[in-house]
Design a protein around this ligand. Sequence first.
Ligand code: NAD
Length: 344
Amino acid sequence: MRVLITGSSGQIGTNLALRLQADGHEVFGVDKRQNSWTDDFRYLLQDLAGHYAPFPGGINGVEYEEVDVVVHLAAHAKVHQLVRQPHRALENVMMTFNVLEYARQQRVPIVFSSSREVYGDVHRFEEYGEQVADFAYTESTYSASKISGEAFVYSYARCYGLPYLVFRFSNVYGRYDNDLHRMVRVLPLFTHAISRGEPITVYGGREKTLDFTYIDDCVDGIVRGVEALVEGRVVNQTINLAYGQGNTLVYAAERIAAELGTEPQMAIAPSLLGEVTHYVADLSKARALLGYDPQISLDEGIARSVAWFREHRAAHPEDDVAVAADHEGTTQSAELGWKSLAPS
Ligand SMILES: NC(=O)c1ccc[n+]([C@@H]2O[C@H](COP(=O)([O-])OP(=O)(O)OC[C@H]3O[C@@H](n4cnc5c(N)ncnc54)[C@H](O)[C@@H]3O)[C@@H](O)[C@H]2O)c1
């Protein structure tokens, strides 16, 4: 297959591109940033978020190579950052629109990277099957960008017959995720801070429970999906991809500290605005349609991630500096201080 991956310099994009190439497929990436992890696949530097005139062979006048399928991963992917900077949520929608237009004109199927954030944080279910998403519970501007993206994908399927798969990911971690100066992700941040003997803060309380997905499991699910979509075996489906088990963030921090041979200094704080505090995926659909069978438990995944972190840090000692938390700003809606909502 010839696969176009948008967001190919990111964590999932880089891992996916390398895996597809290793499997003998041709990969062509697009990202607005250079890839800081590898030079092993070809990509184009382009900002996908503009309002561009229609252009059949590519995006914004740039002609792309012919491909068989598009995997659209490019996005601003940090929930709370999009609460503080909502224009980035709109950019996510623009990127999806531009990539959908390309796919429509080229008549190639698309895989869209959605998120468990579309389910909201209303604690209604033990496990989340794909059918329970209810968009009355749009938790954050990031969720809104993913819900809008999904809606555009579904509308292109109805109006133009565009074949798609939508994957809803959940807390993907491991290899190529510790570029903390660009994007603070929780497990790499904890690993970085604990390795430096610095305290960490768990936002969302001791009970905050998430479905952490090791990168190789996530990529394996995407590859199964891409193959099934191109062969026409599985088309127009929305599928959870995760590990299928909940673990508290506190437990994840303790496992990281144990792998680093130390004790974490942990503070507990209220949830950041817009963030989900309980999610466990129902994976029945991924198992049934794609034969997806995630292999890496959180304990094993953290052991691998910390080993990778140590190796990467040894090669990049310059990264061993304090990282500014990207949580400044609002943490609670009450702190936003809307005049009309102020208590009289
Ligand atoms: N990693 C997770 O836990 C997770 C969970 C749910 C959903 N997702 C979604 O999966 C996708 C990939 O996530 P990731 O973890 O690899 O994120 P990432 O931030 O590592 O990668 C996203 C890439 O998109 C690129 N990008 C952003 N704006 C762009 C623009 N205007 N033009 C071109 N490229 C642009 C970024 O430079 C980045 O390399 C995202 O859509 C994200 O929202 C990820």
